[in-house]
Design a protein around this ligand. Structure first.
Ligand SMILES: *Cc1c(COP(=O)(O)O)cnc(C)c1O
Length: 388
C-alpha cells in the first residue's frame, strides 16, 4: 500500500499570473533598470511600513553593507553583532573592515540579550546591529537606552521581520536604518532583492548615491545623456525593473500573507506547546508583535540527540524543515579562524542552533497541512518514546 504523503516545502514563493504578466510587460519595454517600477516599489514599501524613506537594493546583505558604509563604519571600529543570526549580518560588517563583536541571545526569544551588551562596549564600538530573530522584534527600549548612553548607531536586520512591530512601530524604524530581504523563502520575494528603510533624510540620500556607484546624477537627472561625475567610492547594489515589478505585486499581498502565517503559526503553537519534551519560541511578547516567519521548536534534553532522526522522518513524510541558524556565527569556520571561539560565551545561541527544528507556516500551506505536521510530529515522538 502506498503511504499517504504530502508536499509541504519549508518555503515556497507565491507568484501569480499577474506577476508573470508584469514581467513580460517589463521585457517588452526598454527600461530594465533605473526605472519607474523601482521608484513605485519603494513608495509602496513606504506605505506599508510607514517609513519616510525607502531605498531598494540588490539584497539584504548588500543593503546592510551600504548602511554601514553610509554610517562611516570602517577599519578600527567595532560593531556589536548577535551571535544567533544569518552569517550575512556579520559578513556585511567584515566587508567594511570593522570587527564584529558577538553577543549571545536570550534563550526565551533568540534575540540579542540586552543584558550582555554593555560589557562588550569599548572605545572602538560604533554601532549595534540587531536581528529580529524569526521576525520577533528585539527588546527595543533596553537597546535604545544603551545606544543613547554610548552614542552608538543602531542597524536592524529585518530580513525576517516584514510586518513585525514594536509598540506599533514597524521594525526597521526603531533605530537608524533597517534592511529587508526578498530572497525566495522570505515574506515576499523578488528573486533576489532588498530594501532599506530609514527616518533619516540625509542617510537615505547618501544610500541612494552609494547604491549607484557614488555618482552625482541619477539616470533621470542627467542634463546630457551619459554625463556624470563620481563623488564617492560607491557600489552597484541596485534592484532591476524586473525585480521591482515583482515587488510591487508582492507587497500588495503582504497583509494576506501575514494573516495566513498567523493562522498556521497559532494553530501549531497552541498544539505543540502541549508537548513536554520540547518548547516553542513565541511570536509575541509585551506589546511586540512578530511576523510569523516560521515556527521553531527547541528540543529538550531527552530529545537532543534525536534531532537528525526527527528531521529525516519529517522530511520523509514530505514535511519541509529548516534550521535557523545552523551555527552561532562566531562558530562558523571563517569567524572561528579569525577571532577564535569561546563556547561558554554562546551557550544560548548554541542551544538554538544545535537543538531546534524550524517548521513552515507560510501562506503556501493551510490548516490541513498543519494538522498533518502535528500528527506526524506526535507519531515520531511517540515512537522515540517507546524505544527508550
Ligand atoms: C536571509 C537573511 C539575510 C540575507 O538576505 P539576502 O537578501 O539573501 O542578502 C540576512 N539576514 C537575515 C537575518 C536573514 O535571515
Amino acid at each position: 500500500m502506498k503511504k499517504i504523503t504530502r508536499n509541504i516545502p519549508f518555503g515556497y514563493p507565491l507568484l501569480d499570473d499577474n506577476e508573470k504578466k508584469e514581467i513580460i510587460k517589463v521585457l517588452s519595454g526598454y527600461i530594465l533598470a533605473h526605472g519607474p517600477r523601482t521608484k513605485k516599489f519603494e513608495e509602496e514599501f513606504c506605505k506599508f511600513t510607514r517609513a519616510p524613506y525607502a531605498v531598494s537594493v540588490s539584497s539584504c546583505t548588500s543593503g546592510m553593507h551600504l548602511v554601514y558604509e553610509a554610517l562611516n563604519i570602517s577599519k578600527n571600529d567595532e560593531v556589536l553583532v548577535p551571535a544567533q543570526t544569518h552569517v550575512a549580518t556579520a559578513h556585511a560588517v567584515e566587508h567594511t573592515g570593522a570587527k564584529p563583536i558577538f553577543i549571545d541571545c536570550d534563550p526565551a526569544t533568540g534575540n540579542i540579550d540586552p543584558n550582555k551588551i554593555e560589557k562588550k562596549i569599548t572605545k572602538k564600538t560604533k554601532a549595534i546591529v540587531v536581528v529580529h530573530f524569526l521576525g520577533l522584534p528585539v527588546d527595543f527600549i533596553e537597546i535604545k537606552k544603551i545606544a543613547k548612553k554610548y552614542k552608538l548607531k543602531i542597524i536592524e536586520d529585518c530580513a525576517l521581520s516584514l510586518g513585525a512591530k514594536a509598540n506599533g512601530i514597524h521594525t526597521g524604524l526603531l533605530g537608524d536604518a533597517g534592511v529587508f530581504s526578498f530572497y525566495p523563502v522570505k515574506h515576499i520575494t523578488t528573486g533576489e532583492g532588498g530594501m532599506i528603510i530609514t527616518k533619516n533624510k540625509n542617510l537615505a540620500k547618501k544610500l541612494k548615491i552609494l547604491r549607484a556607484l557614488g555618482v552625482d546624477k541619477s539616470f533621470s537627472e542627467r542634463v546630457l545623456p551619459g554625463m556624470y561625475d563620481a563623488k564617492f567610492l560607491g557600489y552597484n547594489y541596485r534592484l532591476s525593473e524586473l525585480q521591482s515589478a515583482l515587488g510591487i505585486h508582492q507587497i500588495k499581498k503582504i497583509n494576506f500573507f501575514l494573516k495566513k502565517r498567523a493562522e498556521n503559526f497559532n494553530y501549531l503553537y497552541k498544539n505543540l506547546s502541549k508537548i513536554s519534551s520540547l518548547r516553542v519560541l513565541p511570536s509575541s511578547y509585551k506589546s511586540y508583535k512578530g511576523s510569523f516567519y516560521c515556527l521553531s521548536i527547541i528540543l529538550n534534553k531527552e530529545l537532543r540527540n534525536k534531532r537528525k532522526l526527527i528531521i529525516t522522518n519529517l522530511n520523509k513524510k514530505g514535511i519541509g524543515t529548516s534550521i535557523y541558524y545552523p551555527q552561532p556565527v562566531p562558530r562558523m569556520t571563517y569567524y572561528k579562524k579569525k577571532y577564535r571561539y569561546l563556547k561558554k560565551d554562546f551557550i544560548h545561541s548554541e542551544e538554538i542552533s544545535d537543538c531546534s527544528i524550524c517548521l513552515p507556516v507560510g501562506p503556501h500551506i493551510n490548516l490541513e497541512d498543519c494538522k498533518f505536521m502535528l500528527k506526524n510530529i506526535n507519531l515520531i515522538l511517540k515512537k522515540i518514546h517507546e524505544k527508550n
